[in-house]
Design a protein. Structure first.
Length: 368
């Protein structure tokens, strides 16, 4: 009880002395002084290697020349689907069978027409040959000879038409069995058995039966801001990382830079396509990839962290030099910067190597 009383008394006395001395009691003043002397964080102007890069994200997709949308070439009901999504297939594998009942009926009719016209052609040919002999012996008139030849030619024409019709039916029958055009993987099957497939009369018409793609060749399509596009070049090597596969590093080659700007996410830029070189087998279409384009490497460059450089209203870049005297105001110095990346900026003029600059803008400073 006595200890608590004396402690309380000591606090009251110290407070009274502090008030009497105008807040300059030595012990409290020293505590305040040590707090005032805490220095702001700084960075030194040093020589470092600056790797200037451009980063962009894009989606992984099969190479356009190795992706095929399969459509029917004849209109018919889908009898059976022979594959499933994700299945690996070889060129020539049967994918889908269409109902061929109507075409088989047409084939039977065409076969009968061919046989009938063949008989007529043979008869007309024999009659013409007989008329030829009689005409040569002057035993048949010119008119009768011409009639026999016309009948032979007409029969041959009918036979050729019947054969052409049969061949057309056979071609259509062969198209009821839809085969894989390339070694690939089945990506989509947007139809079901029993659905009627409409023949494709043009590229943008007809029923899409499935999409297949060769997943051993993959690309990335990304959007580059117009201010950076001049720094990117065809056949340039880039680094690739995929969000879904941490730690996996791949490389790629720029093979296409669009000649026309487009607006994407309110940013005007250009489409850049990259072919992945050392493709990891776990990469799948639709994954997000981060692409790093190397711009320039500056070894031994005088530099500062980006956070130490401030921009004035007139776009002048400035730094604040830490004064020797902690009580003095920081010295403002305009600087000129060169190559930058996300962390560092090259210092071309304004400060010297070894100088310490503030990482935060001071509230008050004096010109320098």
């Amino acid at each position: 009880m006595k200890k608590a009383f004396w402690a309380l008394l000591l606090v009251v006395v110290l407070a009274a002395l502090t008030f009497a001395l105008g807040g300059k009691f030595p012990i409290l003043a020293s505590l305040s002084s040590s707090s005032d002397k805490e220095l702001a964080p700084t960075a030194k102007v040093e020589r470092r290697t600056i790797n200037a890069i451009i980063k962009s994200a894009g989606d992984v997709a099969p190479a356009p020349e190795r992706q095929v949308e399969i459509k029917a070439e004849v209109s018919a009901k889908i009898r059976s689907i022979k594959v499933i999504i994700g299945q690996k297939i070889k060129k020539g594998d049967l994918l889908i069978e269409l109902d061929d009942k109507d075409l088989l009926t047409s084939k039977s009719t065409a076969d009968i027409q061919v046989e009938g016209t063949k008989v007529s052609l043979n008869r007309a040919q024999r009659n013409f040959e007989r008329a030829q002999k009689l005409y040569d012996r002057k035993l048949l008139s010119q008119e009768e000879y011409e009639n026999a030849r016309s009948e032979r030619d007409s029969a041959k024409n009918d036979f050729d038409k019947a054969q052409s019709n049969l061949q057309q039916v056979l071609d259509q029958l062969s198209k009821t069995k839809i085969l894989a055009p390339i070694d690939s993987t089945v990506l989509t099957i947007p139809v079901v058995e029993g659905q009627v497939a409409i023949a494709a009369a043009s590229v943008n018409s007809g029923t899409s039966l499935m999409t297949v793609a060769d997943l051993s060749k993959m690309n990335i399509s990304t959007h580059i801001n117009q201010v950076d596009i001049a720094k990117i070049h065809l056949q340039e090597k880039v680094d690739i990382a995929v969000d879904s596969l941490p730690g996996v590093k791949m490389s790629g080659i720029v093979y296409l830079i669009s000649p026309i700007a487009v607006i994407k996410n309110n940013v005007k830029g250009f489409t850049v396509n990259i072919a992945i070189q050392n493709l990891d087998a776990r990469v799948r279409p639709g994954m997000t990839a981060n692409v790093t384009f190397p711009v320039v490497t500056l070894p031994n460059a005088l530099s500062l962290p980006i956070s130490a450089i401030f921009t004035e209203d007139d776009d002048q870049k400035v730094v604040y030099i830490q004064p020797v005297d902690p009580k003095a105001a920081a010295i403002r110095k305009p600087i000129e910067i060169g190559v930058t990346n996300f962390d560092l900026a090259e210092i071309k003029s304004g400060v010297k190597e070894g100088e310490a600059v503030l990482l935060t803008r001071p509230s008050k400073n004096k010109g320098g």
